[in-house]
Each structure stands twice: as structure tokens, then as C-alpha cells.
Design a binder for this molecule. Structure first.
Ligand code: UDP
Length: 259
């Protein structure tokens, strides 16, 4: 339908050129991938929910002074963002052991960590996004030491804020992944939160039941992904009237056999 120039297509999103230089349109697809795209499925309605949830979280984070690339939501699947130079790192913050840290360090999933832990991964699909240290980051020039400090401090603030926000709606923020970009403004360069924050990039567990309300439902073939994401949106109070994601509002999240 649109003749916009496609700048970049990722696994779950497309970036189009924006209405003026310095702006892009971020489009949320319904595609779900895991294990570096070895597993792929199209899940109806996921993109719409992630667009809303990410918009909400970016706006709330801006309210507490976290600079972000977000400008405004354009429609059900798209948001206007500032063009940034993406720092090629995935920044993961963990509160509770799950996923790769549980495997790597032999921790039982669900074990609270002694304190929140920040990790960096090099964004390189060909290498399966390997974990890297500050030494690697500075030696290879992916980011400078002050930038690493800034990303770490911002990641921990984001974690504190989001952990509280989710706890208020009965959800434990187990871990999440964020990305940062460099934004040049009036000859000044600053680091801003970029990409998205959604149940695709977080682990979210129901406080009462430990039900998973995130992409692990897809990774682990548990089903009920859209229902879980819709429940997250509903608890955040952001499900819009007449939205596609309301079509199946009837059923509530049911705990699956795997839980
Ligand atoms: N994550 C992500 N994208 C990635 C890798 C991880 O959004 O490419 C998120 C993931 O959803 C989880 C957190 O980062 O919330 C930590 O993921 P982990 O290192 O445990 O890896 P996984 O078990 O997902 O492979």
C-alpha cells in the first residue's frame, strides 16, 4: 500500500523513511522469531499490542527523564521515531534468574539474583549475539567508556521504574533487553533509549501464578501468546476501544499445562 522507502527490515519490525529528515516510521509486524530466527511464526495481533505497550512504556519512561527516540504513535502498527545511530549492543537487565543466565550459571529459573545485573551482548545475528565485556566493547570501539556508564545507569533506572510499574499490576519483571542509539542535536550527541520495550523483549511473570506473559510462551511452545500480551496491555490500562486486539477480549489468560 505504501510507497515509503524501507530503510531496514528486522525480525519483528520494519523501519521506513519518515516525513522529514531525522525521522523514521517504526512498523511492528506480527512475526515472532526465536533462537536467532530458526523458529518463526506469524501471530495475529502481536504487532498491534507491542506497538501500544512499547508506546506506553516509552512515554512513562520519558516522564521520569529517560530520553528516548519515540515521538508519537501514528496508527495501530506504527510509531514515529527519531533516527538514531544504533549502538550495536543489546543491554540486558536481570532481577531473577531465567533463560540464558540460568543455563550458563546453573541457576534454577526463578531464583532471585543478589542484585540487579546488567549484561551486554554484541548485536550480530551471524554470531548468535554473543555476550561481551566492557573490555570488548571499548577495544572494538562499539561504545566509549562514558557511554557504557551512561547506558548502565539508564538501564538500572529503567529497571527500577519498570519493576515498580509492573509490580503494581501484579507482574514480576524478571529481565528485559533494551537498545540505545546516538542522537545528534544542535551539535550535541546524546544517548537515547531506542528500539522497543514489549513482552517480546521482557520476561514478565504473574505474581500470583508465575504464569509467563511474554515471548517465552512462543519460545517454549506454550501457546496463548496474544492472550498473554493482551492481558499485559489490559492491566496497564491501555487497550483502546475498537482496537483489533479487543476482538478476543472474552477469554482470560489461562494457566497452561506446562506451568
Ligand atoms: N532478549 C531479547 N532479544 C534477544 C535476546 C534476549 O529481547 O535477542 C530478552 C529476552 O526476552 C529476555 C532477556 O532479553 O527478556 C534475557 O534473555 P536471555 O539472555 O535469557 O536469552 P534467551 O533465554 O531469551 O535466549
Amino acid at each position: 500500500m505504501s510507497k515509503r522507502r524501507r530503510i531496514y527490515e528486522g525480525k519483528a519490525k520494519i523501519l521506513y523513511e519518515g516525513p522529514e529528515p531525522g525521522l523514521l516510521v517504526q512498523h511492528f509486524k506480527d512475526d515472532a522469531t526465536a533462537f536467532n530466527a530458526k523458529k518463526h511464526e506469524v501471530i495475529d495481533g502481536k504487532g498491534v499490542l507491542n506497538n501500544r505497550i512499547s508506546e506506553y512504556l516509552f512515554l512513562r519512561l520519558a516522564e521520569i527523564g529517560i530520553p528516548t527516540h519515540f515521538v508519537k504513535r501514528l496508527n495501530m502498527r506504527e510509531q514515529l521515531i527519531r533516527e538514531v545511530e544504533i549502538i550495536p549492543l543489546e543491554v540486558v537487565v536481570r532481577n531473577i534468574a531465567a533463560g540464558s543466565i540460568a543455563k550458563r550459571l546453573g541457576l534454577e529459573e526463578g531464583t532471585p539474583l543478589p542484585r540487579s545485573i546488567v549484561e551486554f551482548y554484541f548485536k550480530e545475528d551471524k554470531l548468535d549475539d554473543p555476550m561481551v565485556s566492557e573490555e570488548h566493547i571499548t577495544a572494538f570501539g562499539w561504545a566509549h567508556p562514558p557511554e557504557i556508564d551512561e547506558m548502565t545507569a539508564m538501564a538500572l533506572r529503567i529497571n527500577d521504574f519498570m519493576a515498580g510499574l509492573f509490580m503494581g499490576i501484579g507482574i514480576r519483571l524478571v529481565d528485559f533487553k533494551i537498545e540505545f542509539g546516538r542522537l545528534v542535536e544542535n551539535d550535541m550527541m546524546r544517548i537515547v533509549l531506542a528500539d522497543e520495550i514489549s513482552p517480546d523483549s521482557c520476561r514478565l511473570w504473574d505474581v500470583e501464578t508465575d504464569d509467563k506473559m511474554d515471548k517465552d510462551r512462543f519460545r517454549r511452545d506454550m501457546g496463548g501468546l496474544v492472550e498473554a500480551y493482551r492481558e499485559v496491555a489490559q492491566r496497564l490500562g491501555i487497550l483502546p476501544e475498537g482496537d483489533l486486539s479487543r476482538e478476543k477480549t472474552g477469554p482470560r489468560l489461562v494457566s497452561s499445562n506446562e506451568d
